[in-house]
Design a protein around this ligand. Structure first.
Ligand code: ADP
Ligand code: G3P
Length: 512
């Protein structure tokens, strides 16, 4: 039973495949949690959508279920001082500002329907300047292409735009709007870590940038963009209007990869983490000033806690397909009954048997940015077993991580000493060992791996003084980590990587 002084912070983690709600104590331990997988909609090859309403109801159900557990442990809901939100980034929701109704399904960050549109935009005057302003390369990944595609292809969206009632949001803005009762309060905000994924925000000023909006030929009198506020803010995000936590303030908001960096306590420049979820995302803290990559990485806002703290930036390497490749072996190939069995299958063989799997289901993101590559398996012979393909699948994410770390080293001029990891796929010991072998540095995995949710709880908790600041957080979630150390020579590692790079080269140009 919780003591009188004990305080807690709730955290909504709205990911690509599931929604979760966790309740953390001051030591950063989750004391109650609930998770719900929701529907993945694939209307055509390359298209990926979510139902915006299901996103909200799954979150609400998670809150209610976790709160039940919490109360059953003898805690009082009044000891939950604040709630933070963290979310899949770039995924785009459009709604009618007058009715509050969504105008289309959410288009998910992985969706590649904008490939043709993006190619055209790349030829537009000024395309070469975008990266310096917003830190993100023109690709199918950021939100803007999804919005432009909907304006061109969905009459309801075009009509709302022409009428001046089109609201654009990423999942954080949509959730904040809905959890505050929609039009009742009409709270319409986002934080810089999410806004930096849209291509509308100037990465240097953290404000919407007219030159970006002009480039995309959008009329700001016809479209409503959420106000950009600090990631940690006592008032801007409102309060929960329903669920068991009615009246509790939402005081933190971070894109999920930023949240994971915070949850790993990557507060110092030079620290990096990789989160192996649906995709895999390496964020490298570069401090107070954005570093614009010249090696295929993105520049993103790590977090902006406001007050005396300056916003912090990160270099990011985004991999489109990571855990989803494991899920692919389960759902599409039927090799295993669940993702957690993939290591077992991969361990039925000693090595990849000459198989390389370029898991370019959505093209390849960082550092390659190849939009016309598609998933390609090389090296199949009569000897190949399912175990070899499973091993090659795990290796694909680790090779892409290696390519990103090489790019980070070139952009930052520093060699990383250690990689902190989290996310579903890091549960595979084999994958983490392969990772350490391929990057030739230690890979550290915390015992408590809900770092994304913890990061959002930290952003929320700082705003209401549950934690006084970063110094106090150093003790949080430090117990019991596992370190995987390189077990092969650097020469062997380099030879394997060279083979991967050859496969990437050969996977280009498949998609029309
Ligand atoms: N033991 C495991 N080994 C390898 N992959 C796993 C394992 N457990 C989960 N995964 C993969 O991790 C992903 C889910 O991770 P999670 O961090 O919850 O993702 P997200 O936040 O993107 O929804 C799934 O794609 C799944 O295939
Ligand atoms: O939901 P995840 O963990 O796959 O993260 C999605 C990323 O935020 C996309 O950029």
């Amino acid at each position: 039973m919780g003591s009188l002084q004990e305080v807690f912070v709730g955290s909504i983690d709205q990911g690509t495949t599931s929604s979760r709600f966790l309740i953390f104590n001051k030591a950063g331990e989750p004391v109650a949690s609930h998770q719900i997988e929701f529907t993945q909609i694939y209307p055509q090859p390359g298209w990926h959508e979510h139902d915006p309403q299901e996103i909200v109801t799954s979150v609400e159900e998670c809150i209610n279920e976790a709160c039940k557990q919490f109360e059953n442990q003898g805690h009082s809901l009044s000891s939950i001082k604040a709630v933070g939100i963290t979310n899949q980034r770039e995924t785009t929701v459009l709604w009618n500002k007058e009715t509050g109704e969504p105008l289309y399904n959410a288009i998910v960050w992985t969706d590649t329907r904008t490939q043709g549109l993006v190619r055209k935009l790349k030829h537009r005057l000024g395309a070469d300047k975008l990266m310096e302003i917003c830190g993100v390369p023109l690709s199918t990944y950021p939100s803007v292409g999804k919005l432009l595609w909907l304006l061109d292809n969905e009459p309801k969206v075009r009509a709302a735009y022409e009428k001046g009632v089109l609201a654009f949001g990423t999942v954080d803005s949509w959730l904040v709007f809905k959890l505050n009762g929609g039009l009742k309060r009409n709270i319409f905000v986002t934080d810089p870590s999410n806004a930096s994924r849209t291509m509308f925000m100037n990465i240097h000023t953290l404000k919407y940038d007219e030159s970006l909006i002009d480039f995309f030929r959008l009329d700001t009198s016809k479209i409503h963009l959420p106000e950009i506020v600090h990631s940690s803010d006592r008032h801007a995000y409102g309060t929960l209007i329903s669920t068991a936590l009615k009246g509790v303030p939402i005081t933190g908001c971070l894109g999920d990869q930023s949240a994971a960096l915070v949850g790993q306590k990557g507060f110092a420049p030079g620290m990096a983490k990789n989160t192996y979820g649906t995709g895999s995302f390496i964020l490298y803290n570069v401090g107070d000033k954005p570093v614009i990559s010249t090696h295929g990485l993105l520049t993103t806002v790590a977090y902006d806690f406001g007050g005396k703290n300056k916003p912090k930036y990160a270099l990011e390497g985004s991999i489109a397909v990571a855990g989803s490749s494991v899920k692919f072996l389960v759902d599409n190939f039927g090799f295993i009954e669940s993702s957690s069995k993939v290591s077992q299958l991969a361990e039925t063989v000693d090595d990849n048997g000459g198989v390389t799997f370029v898991t370019a289901f959505s093209g390849l993101f960082a550092p390659y940015w190849i939009d016309d590559a598609r998933g390609t398996i090389f090296g199949i012979t009569a000897y190949t077993k399912r175990g070899h393909v499973a091993r090659a699948t795990l290796e694909a994410t680790c090779f892409q991580t290696k390519a990103i770390l090489v790019a980070m080293e070139k952009d930052s001029g520093h060699k990383l000493a250690e990689l902190a990891v989290d996310g579903g796929m890091c549960n595979s010991d084999l994958t983490m060992q392969i990772q350490s072998d391929l990057v030739s540095i230690p890979v550290r995995r915390p015992a408590m791996r809900e770092t994304t949710a913890l990061g959002a709880a930290i952003a929320a908790g700082i705003a209401v003084d549950v934690w006084s600041g970063i110094d106090e957080l150093r003790k949080v979630n430090t117990e019991g980590s596992t370190t995987f150390k390189p077990s092969i020579s650097k020469e062997d590692s380099a030879a394997r990587f060279a083979r991967w790079e050859k496969a990437v080269e050969m996977s280009k140009g498949w998609a029309q």
